[in-house]
Design a protein around this ligand. Structure first.
Ligand SMILES: Cc1cc2nc3c(=O)[nH]c(=O)nc-3n(C[C@H](O)[C@H](O)[C@H](O)COP(=O)(O)OP(=O)(O)OC[C@H]3O[C@@H](n4cnc5c(N)ncnc54)[C@H](O)[C@@H]3O)c2cc1C
Length: 490
């Protein structure tokens, strides 16, 4: 049983909400005016939770480091523990004789189940446990179609979201925190470095570290730069791989260093202040809407990471990839420059431009006919923003098996896509430097360049850069034939 009265500590349990601004759970904890425990539990043991990929582990380390410094600067302390969340949270609450715990809701089935169990355990202990929405604009159970079901198509979904009114205004960050003492008989705390989240042998994180500043301050700085410099070009240029017109906020959003409500309010405010047109603002917000859509889908269809949303794809004749083919895709050695640039950007920096994600994913599932789950797994390991909702929904979108998905017969042509979204080859030259000296006319299809052009550019096909691993037009026909067989069968 908890201590009564305002002297008993309150706990805010941080999870994927590693920020102090617009944090309803933290605000509720502070409203109790009691000594505070800021808790983080690194849980690799509870059943059903998907272990983080390598790039996400790197991000988490730095995000926790930043959060810990922020909390300390305000007089508080971040206590990190490791183990199965149900046991760790319960042991902590009991050792502290805490009066209440507050947290931000999550939307994956395994996480929801753990939270339900913890709530039940604490209720039995007569301890207050309360969860809040800090990760989405609208809760998944509040947005329904006329039949009372969840939406399977994005446009009416987003229209319905917006018609329910603007999300609540974001909360401000606290100015001061008062840390409760850690009980001498409390569970053992862990030093951040002992979570061993950083790669060592080898340390592959140099390019990622050079590209990002994890933490709330880094997120806010990126948002400001984007609103000042990128938003005004967003509608026209967001698909251009060679331009810096998107926000790059996704890993910050993924780890909750900035909330969607903060982004929503700031983007609308920038529009009102004349920094960008209404078209740019609404286009940008609709992408936040796609994130929302993916999370709602995950909530209503918990097997999004493993099962085809459209079950007719269960019979699709995926080809088992040869290890060498998978490696060529992963390492950016397919012979298609835009695909290779994207895969190398991913490996080097832990991210990839959205349009290029669509191109490389289409290449894997359609040109190579590899099951989308193999690609999703690679992205899960290598993306800093690897997200249980966005990654799985997007892979299923490209494969054609998802909700509101691209039709299977839409097979991206990597040459035309490169020419359209990287017209001067700037993006390809950056990540595939062995092609840098090729003229623009050949940069997206070097195998068709005349020999003297290749020679002058220092390109030796099959030696300095691979020949295409498949013929795109034949691969396209093969994929379409497979899809027709699926249609016939269903
Ligand atoms: C195969 C594939 C896998 C993907 N995996 C992920 C993933 O694991 N995590 C992830 O956050 N996004 C994923 N995306 C969506 C998208 O590519 C990224 O969100 C986007 O590239 C991030 O860049 P940005 O922050 O500059 O986006 P902006 O264009 O500035 O958009 C702002 C925010 O909106 C959200 N958003 C934008 N586009 C999408 C989209 N298509 N679907 C859902 N949300 C979107 C993101 O939170 C993003 O940060 C994937 C897309 C594809 C095609």
């Amino acid at each position: 049983m908890a201590l009564s009265g305002s002297d008993a500590p309150v706990v805010v349990w941080f999870r994927e909400d590693l920020r102090l601004g617009d944090h309803p759970a933290l605000a509720a904890a502070l409203a109790r005016k009691a000594p505070l425990i800021c808790l983080y539990v690194f849980d690799e043991e509870s059943p059903g939770l998907r272990p983080l990929g390598g790039a996400s582990r790197w991000w988490l380390h730095h995000s926790l480091k930043a959060l810990s410094a922020q909390i300390e600067a305000l007089g508080g302390r971040l206590d990190i523990l490791r183990g199965p969340a149900r046991k760790v949270v319960l042991d902590t609450m009991r050792a502290l004789e805490a009066q209440a715990v507050f947290w931000t809701r999550r939307y994956e089935a395994a996480g929801i189940e753990i939270d339900k169990q913890i709530k039940a355990d604490l209720t039995a202990d007569e301890t207050h446990a309360e969860s809040f929405n800090g990760q989405l604009l609208y809760e998944p159970w509040t947005i329904k179609n006329k039949a009372g079901e969840f939406f399977r198509v994005f446009t009416p979904f987003w229209k319905t979201c917006l018609s329910t009114g603007a999300p609540e205004a974001p909360l401000s960050a606290p100015r001061k925190l008062t840390a409760a003492d850690w009980p001498s008989k409390g569970p053992k705390r862990t030093a951040l470095k002992d979570l061993r989240l950083l790669p060592t042998k080898p340390d592959w994180s140099g390019g990622i570290a050079a590209s990002w500043t994890p933490g709330e301050a880094g997120a806010r700085a990126l948002l400001k730069t984007f609103l000042d410099e990128g938003l005004q070009f967003y509608a026209a240029e967001r698909d251009r791989a060679d331009k810096a017109s998107t926000s790059r906020l996704s890993p910050h959003i993924r780890f909750g260093e900035i909330s969607p409500r903060q982004i929503f309010a700031a983007a609308r405010h920038a529009g009102d202040a004349g920094k960008a047109s209404g078209k740019d603002v609404e286009k940008f917000l609709s992408e936040i809407g796609w994130r929302e859509f993916a999370h709602h889908l995950l909530f209503h269809f918990p097997k999004l990471a493993t099962d085809n949303f459209q079950s007719r794809f269960d019979n699709f004749p995926w080809r088992k990839p040869k290890p060498a083919d998978m490696k060529a895709w992963q390492t950016g050695m397919t012979g298609y420059p835009i695909v290779d640039a994207g895969m190398r950007e991913l490996w080097l920096t832990g991210t990839m431009h959205n349009r290029v994600r669509m191109i490389v994913a289409s290449f894997l599932v359609k040109d190579l006919m590899v099951d989308w789950r193999e690609g999703e797994e690679w992205f899960w390991d290598t993306l800093c923003d690897a997200c249980p909702a966005n990654n799985t929904a997007s892979w299923q979108w490209v494969a054609g098996s998802g909700a509101d998905a691209a039709p299977y017969f839409r097979v991206f042509n990597p040459i035309l896509q490169g020419q359209k979204f990287d017209p001067q080859g700037t993006y390809v030259r950056k990540f595939v430097p062995e092609l840098a000296k090729l003229p623009d006319a050949w940069i997206h299809h070097p195998w068709e360049a005349p020999d003297p052009v290749l020679k002058a550019a220092g390109v030796s096909l099959g030696k300095s850069y691979p020949v295409p691993m498949v013929d795109h037009s034949k691969a396209r026909d093969r994929a379409l034939a497979a899809f027709s067989s699926l249609k016939a069968a269903s």
